[in-house]
Design a binder for this molecule. Structure first.
Ligand SMILES: [Zn+2]
Length: 248
């Protein structure tokens, strides 16, 4: 057996191993077709919440319950250091040390990513882009701050990331100039709150959703740069509210 053949055999073995890990870990899912949102719950044993869950995201935010929500305590530093295309979204990983305070607890910003069009809707209104700023507390409980973007004027801070947007799934790049999450959010940060889930498999529940009630402006070109790389919409369909209420 020559060297090339040996190498190919090794690569096949590796690929096989990768497939086994894949099957044991998580199943491939997508936003349409046989592995689309209506099938997520049956794609893998760990995805059952996607179909059986009662507190799923996204939702149409409506019938608000006035509850004098305490302001979210934001303390962000510039820390968006790495951008990746995971095939489902464009994600910016954040350096440690940026936090929000909710329910007397501290949640650290881990990453932010985007969906086009928006996943949540507000009183039936969909936005061209929604940002999810994902935070976790020391126990791994998640709090997502969602920001709606409307097409008006360009958002300069976003270009620090967009300029390096990886075109292919699985690609990751370091950002030469870190992105500041503060500059990607509106100044006024009143919000709606509800209990929800991850909007992608495994659709885990127990996520604190904090949807800002003021939108931020971006340009049509910035939305297009994202949708062009995604090739398809990456919003999960709206989920039933069931017994939940949306606080404001
Ligand atoms: Zn998301």
């Amino acid at each position: 057996m020559n060297k090339t053949l040996l190498l190919s055999a090794a690569m096949v073995a590796l690929a096989g191993c990768g497939t086994a890990t894949h099957a044991a870990g998580k199943a491939k899912w997508s936003y349409s077709g046989d592995a689309g949102p209506e099938h997520w719950g049956s794609l893998h044993a760990s995805y059952t919440a996607c179909s059986a869950g009662k507190n799923q995201s996204p939702i149409n935010l409506t019938r608000f319950v006035d509850s004098a929500l305490k302001p979210i305590g934001f303390s962000y530093k510039s820390g968006g250091r790495e951008i990746l295309n995971n095939g489902h979204t464009i994600q910016v990983n954040y350096a440690p040390g940026s936090k929000i305070r909710v329910d007397g607890k501290s949640f650290e910003l881990k990453q932010f990513h985007f969906h086009a069009p928006s996943e949540n809707t507000i009183e039936g209104h969909s936005y061209p882009l929604e940002g999810h700023f994902v935070h976790a507390d020391a126990k791994g409980n998640l709090a997502v701050v969602a920001v709606m973007y409307k097409v008006e004027s360009p958002l300069a801070e976003l270009d620090k990331a967009w300029r390096h947007m990886p075109g292919r799934a699985g690609e990751k790049k370091t950002l030469p100039i870190p992105v500041h999450a503060d500059a990607l959010m509106p100044k006024r940060r009143g919000y709606y709150r509800f209990n929800g889930s991850l909007t992608t498999p495994p659709c885990t529940e127990g996520v604190r959703w904090l949807v800002l009630n003021t939108y931020k402006e971006i340009s049509a070109a910035q939305v297009k740069a994202f949708t062009k790389v995604m090739h398809h919409p990456n919003n999960r369909p709206l989920q039933p509210l069931n017994a939940r209420t949306v606080l404001e």
